[in-house]
Write a new protein. Sequence first.
Length: 320
Amino acid sequence: MLDIHTTVHRGQTNPQTGKFELLPEVLGVLGDLRDASGAVEIAWDGRLGGDMVPDGLYGLRVEGSDGCVHKKAIEYTVLVDSTPPLVQITSPTAGASITTGVVEIDGSASDINFARWSVDVMSAATSGSWLSLAVGLESRPDAGVLAQWQRGNAVGPAQIRLRAYDVFGNMSESVIPVELAAPPQLIGSASTQPLLFSPNGDGVLDISQIFVGLLQPVTLDISVGGRTLFAGAAPVGAMRYDWDGRNAANTIVADGDYPVSIHASDPQGVASPEAVLLTVSVDNTVPAIDFVQPAGAHANADTGVRVRINDMHLVEYRIS
């Protein structure tokens, strides 16, 4: 038979060892069990005194004694996160009138324990249901391109939704209304694939492809990164133009976002000129890796290994 005493503490990671440790102050007592035997369940819902504790690192200390001289304590790490991700749609703005055939949707989605984001749209063309445009697993703290919506012939009211989840299931969303004006007459569709590429010659994502769908023969101009990719007469239909990340001087551009300007005019002068502005991003910088611990060539069980990895577009890492 055991007496079990459980307390809640703030926790922290020791900066020298990287190990979790409890702070001595007792924030609350979960319970005192007397003469317990067999399996014992101890649960904490993140509340103390009826109020949810602030997000952060906590620990539970479970101490058992047999009423004589035998005692043992076990400490458990608890991470509390009840805050949903931050989300924002930065473009287009709420209530905007969309006159182009392509809608570039910009926004941000971030959280310290980020899991995923998604962009969806709803219009008359989707029969009142949400249509998925894009999903991502990476946190996007800085506003940037999330999706390119080919609106087609849809007109009238529409909605754009950005949702984000963290690893604990907390969710937040931003929904904005827009108005789809008369459909385009010249540029029916346009996109860049991929949105992010690295023109470094390693054979992986070395080019970004620009796709343009024309509804009638036009005089077409396409430029990106200070370089003209095409200028002249273009027939009706779908076309593709590749950008290798070089500017007009045939030099690879610096890392960053670059506007893709697509301009079409009717040779007959009947339809009004149309323009679409998209974005493509260049990233030629490799991730920065810094071994924080150990400082030398050897590590022991008490210190462990700590690594700092920094990259604007980090997808995954592996330590072996």
